[in-house]
Design a protein around this ligand. Structure first.
Ligand SMILES: [Zn+2]
Ligand SMILES: [Zn+2]
Ligand SMILES: [Zn+2]
Ligand SMILES: [Zn+2]
Ligand SMILES: [Zn+2]
Length: 528
């Protein structure tokens, strides 16, 4: 026979007490085994280490979490029997009735066989009221809300039809006669990811994938929320119940909430792969960046932006929650609202119908054909701003754009000089009468008068004299080159005599049938 021992979690217990508690339990188990082997002396007493401790968790969150000890031979039936005994009779609010069925889950999988998978450390269970219970979604609501049975039926229908959270909030607000739909809170109870459904475009019924079957509907007091707007979606923050009511919210707290409750909390199965630094999230209000000292009151709307990499990963992890409701007019693919820009640029007088990927592609191809300051919206003649390019272009393309834009701006200053060290790329204002400019970044010197790397050990005059001579020599050699050059009859490129080599090629017409090769086949010529 298998025996189960239970232990409730007491996280708040100081370490010393917990130690005593363990010791006590240990001796208790030992004595039990002793009793067993006394009764049945010809079977070997099971070894202590053969008992495996696992967590037992109610998927619907109605019963407390327990630790139980199982043996390698234990089966799910044994755990079910244990649960039925544990929650037997009227003593418990959540007693398990005789007709009830108990289903078991490991990770997100429903366990159908009798075995407990090896390596399992957390076993989830769900009590189904009867064999007819098909685990379908159920709605519970705050008892103070006046919802008629027909209204609940309508809400249930809306959910099954695939309505988004924003649409549900609106229709529930209408049922309740409440003007502001942002006061409506829809939460998942139990399941793999319990908590409020914040995203306006999330499809409410997809929480079934989180093994959640209970949706809770509540109503916040007026204005007790902050709307975080970003990625063409709205995520509604509600202060946790019982939190100290303050007129202003801490910006840092809002960022932490966004990171913990939204960005890393939308993954479908295994835990989130997104790593978010503080710098990856920027909060803005009315176009201005919010700092630690900014003050945001309840009821406000705050915009947020994510760094390029975090945004990409978040959109991937959130994708399964957001149905595709839009179509891009460029690639004709069905897109989620979060994959579409709200506007391409602020000045656009139309809703964006081009997806973010296509706008990004559009910027790449436009940069090849127009100057950096003539980039336009793909749908209208409005010019893209610096911020738009930063938002839509990939980091590499944005860097290219940024350099072009910066160069253009600084070159307008008359005294601005670029560092001429090819490995540097820095520049600075030089107002000194001395022509030697020492780069602040790489310490290399350049001549601002001649626009060359600094001619060391020479003044500008000496440099002039020396280069004058050189230029004369260059002119003479140019003349000599002309005398021994013929142009290729086909491509008109200069062809030089190339002494010491019999090989004749033409780079423009490298095939053996190049007319030049035939024309010059008897000579020692080399087509440059
Ligand atoms: Zn597209
Ligand atoms: Zn436009
Ligand atoms: Zn430099
Ligand atoms: Zn000089
Ligand atoms: Zn040629």
């Amino acid at each position: 026979m298998v025996k189960f021992t239970t232990k409730h979690r007491h996280h708040s217990r100081p370490h010393r007490h917990r130690h005593d508690y363990h010791r006590h339990r240990y001796s208790y188990q030992r004595s039990r085994y002793q009793d067993e082997s006394d009764e049945d002396s010809d079977t070997e007493p099971p070894e202590e280490e053969k008992r495996i401790e696992i967590d037992l968790l109610d998927l619907d969150g109605l019963r407390e979490k327990m630790k139980i000890g199982i043996r390698p031979t234990s089966q799910l039936d044994h755990v079910a029997t244990f649960l039925r005994r544990r929650y037997h009779g009227d003593r418990y609010e959540n007693s398990i009735s005789k007709d009830a069925r108990i289903a078991f889950y490991w990770m997100e999988k429903h366990l159908t066989g009798p075995e407990i998978p090896t390596g399992l450390s957390l076993l989830r269970y769900r009590v189904l009221s009867s064999s007819q219970d098909d685990e379908s979604l159920q709605i519970t609501w705050n008892s103070r809300l006046d919802l008629e049975p027909e209204q609940l039926e309508q809400i249930e229908e809306d959910i099954l039809e695939g309505k988004t959270v924003a649409n549900l909030r609106r229709s529930i607000a209408a049922h309740l006669g409440v003007e502001d739909p942002n006061r409506v809170v829809i939460s998942a109870c139990g399941g793999l990811r319990p908590g409020v459904l914040q995203g306006s475009h999330w499809e409410a019924k997809s929480i079934e994938t989180w093994l959640c079957r209970h949706l809770y509907i509540g109503l916040e007091s007026p204005g007790n929320y902050v709307i975080l707007h970003g990625l063409n979606q709205e995520y509604v923050y509600h202060p946790p119940p019982g939190s100290r009511s303050s007129r202003f919210l801490d910006i840092q707290m809002l960022k932490t909430w966004l990171r913990g409750e939204v960005i890393t909390n939308v993954h479908q199965r295994s835990s989130s792969q997104i790593e978010v630094d503080e710098d990856d999230i920027r909060l803005l209000s009315k176009g201005k960046w919010l700092t630690k000292r900014s003050r945001i009151g309840l009821g406000a709307m705050v915009d947020f932006e994510l760094s390029h990499s975090v945004e990409g990963r978040f959109l991937e992890e959130e994708a399964w929650l957001v149905p595709s409701t839009e179509t891009c007019i460029v690639c004709s693919e069905d897109k989620r609202a979060s994959e579409m820009p709200r506007r391409v640029t602020e000045a656009c007088e139309h809703e964006a119908q081009t997806c973010k990927d296509c706008v990004s592609q559009w910027i790449v191809s436009s940069l090849d054909t127009v100057t950096w300051d003539r980039l336009r919206c793909p749908e209208c003649p409005k010019l893209l701003r610096f911020e738009d390019v930063r938002q839509f272009a990939s980091p590499e393309v944005f860097d290219r754009y940024d350099i072009l834009a910066t160069k253009a701006v600084v070159t307008e200053f008359r005294d601005f000089r670029w560092c001429l060290n090819p490995r540097c790329g820095s520049g600075q204002i030089h107002r000194d009468s001395c022509p030697r400019v020492k780069c602040h970044a790489c310490k290399a010197s350049s001549c601002s008068y001649h626009n060359v790397p600094w001619h060391s050990k020479e003044t500008c005059e000496a440099y002039d004299r020396r280069t004058k001579k050189q230029r004369k020599n260059d002119k003479a050699s140019e003349k000599r080159v002309k005398e021994i050059t013929k142009s290729c009859p086909k491509c008109r490129r200069d062809v030089h005599k190339y002494s010491g080599c019999d090989h004749i090629t033409c780079e423009s017409f490298p095939s053996p049938f190049c007319s030049l090769s035939i024309f010059l086949s008897s000579l020692e010529w080399f087509c440059a």
